[in-house]
Ligand binder design. Structure first.
Ligand code: AMP
Ligand code: MG
Length: 408
């Protein structure tokens, strides 16, 4: 009897995949300017306070509150402190002109904003409103205290993190090296845009769309991509492509050809050169997914259907590549949002529906959830995670994975 293998829960598949993803040996030093998206390979400890001194957050006057007898009494201005200047201690009985970002002079205990003052022709200034203690003063170390860890090893750098690293004086950063990924698509039906014009496409031919999003997804994850193009549906060609790809790459990523039809050559070809497990994952879109090794390279075979390829990349390959780089946060933070639709038919597999938030924070569903409809992935701003066997009624809270996080 030909029994179907049990489907593997997605969480099991992810755990099995991550168990294979040992962080790559080797780090590199990059300019902080160029570190966006890279994974930090050191703890960043600050050797200084940020801000370095108490400073003014307003254009105005530095004052000693005890010396302002009454609102409106004119006071002399004893010094002018622009940003970048080193002030003298505040002379008793006077105030100091000060600008945003300039250090607060010793002895001053508040800043009065310019709008609450009146400058007189004789150079003196009236304080029109009594300041609160410490008003408009940004304290030394209020952002970062000396000795504190501002970014931890394993954090993925963002533009804000680049700014933070720069704020403690770091010109260079130690990051994980880029994973080297060989990418190819399988399928005799595939044609590259530019190779054949839309009007001239032969019956049965389709454009290779997976290659485009997979390449960009890999680049966004900090990978170096070796794009090997399209490999025909032949055993020998597949073996040859895999052999080439295994040289000097950390991962070989393919799409298509991982089902068990006669035209699916990935499985026997990888098995000829190394080892391969074909998983039937209990997810939709998705299901066929392959993990193996070819020489020292990891091998991951994604399904060919574009949406399946896209979603399995985000939910399985993305965490795998982040772990290779030593990242600590591998999966996005899901949020609970109310559905604005009904999903009445339960499925045996866990589903990832393409959905979009409306202005009220409710989720609308793309009408066609077929695994070939790439339009759904562009329309959507996230995936709804529907557990196997579940239905959804309007208003039900559902688990939403924002694409903004998955694509970062
Ligand atoms: P396969 O997994 O090779 O059986 O392919 C499943 C479906 O995905 C078929 O309809 C293929 O034509 C389609 N497909 C496979 N690879 C690609 C690709 N790179 N771009 C667009 N569609 C693809
Ligand atoms: Mg195919």
């Amino acid at each position: 009897m030909n029994s179907r293998p049990a489907l593997r829960p997605l969480d099991d598949a992810l755990a099995a995949l991550l168990a294979q993803a040992q962080p790559l040996a080797g780090t590199e030093v990059v300019a902080t300017f160029d570190a966006d998206g890279r994974v930090l390979a050191e703890d960043l400890v600050s050797s200084l306070q940020v801000p370095p001194q108490d400073n003014s957050s307003m254009d105005g006057y530095a004052v000693r509150r005890a010396e302002i007898a009454d609102e409106g009494v004119p006071l002399p201005v004893s010094q002018r402190i622009p940003a970048g200047a080193a002030p003298q201690p505040l002379q008793s009985g006077s105030i100091a002109r000060i600008f945003t970002g300039a250090p607060v002079p010793a002895g001053a205990d508040a800043i009065v904003m310019q709008e609450d003052t009146q400058a007189l022709d004789d150079g003196r200034v009236r304080i029109l409103r009594m300041p609160e203690a410490g008003q408009w003063i940004r304290r030394s170390g209020e952002d970062i205290t000396r000795g504190s860890t501002v970014l931890a090893c394993g954090e993925r750098l963002t533009p804000a993190a680049q700014g933070l690293a720069a704020s403690i004086g770091r010109e260079h950063l130690q990051v994980a090296r880029r994973p080297r990924v060989a990418l190819f698509s399988t399928g005799d039906e595939l044609v590259m845009p530019g190779q054949v014009a839309p009007e001239a496409m032969k019956p049965g031919a389709i454009y290779n769309s997976n290659r485009f999003f997979l390449r960009s997804l890999l680049l966004r994850l900090g990978c170096e991509v070796r794009d090997l193009g399209i490999v025909p549906d032949q055993r020998e060609a597949t073996v040859q492509a895999l052999r080439d790809a295994s040289r000097d790459n950390d991962l070989i990523l393919t799409s298509g050809g991982v089902s068990v039809g006669e035209e699916d050559h990935i499985k026997p070809a990888v098995q000829q050169l190394g080892s391969l497990d074909l998983w039937q994952i209990a997810m939709k879109p998705g299901k066929p997914f392959a993990y193996g090794k070819v020489a020292d390279a990891h091998f991951i075979g994604l399904p060919g259907n574009p949406v399946s390829s896209f979603v399995t990349f985000l939910l399985l390959v993305r965490p795998f590549l982040l772990k290779l780089q030593g990242a600590t946060q591998l999966t996005p933070v899901a949020v609970q949002l109310p559905a604005n639709f009904a999903w009445p038919r339960p499925d045996k597999r866990r589903e990832f529906l393409r959905a979009r938030r409306d202005a009220q924070g409710r989720l609308a569903l793309f009408p066609n959830q077929s695994s070939g409809v790439l339009t759904s992935t562009v329309w959507a701003d996230g995936l709804i995670d529907v557990p196997a066997g579940h239905t959804i009624a309007p208003g039900d809270p559902v688990r939403f994975l924002p694409l903004a996080e998955l694509l970062a």
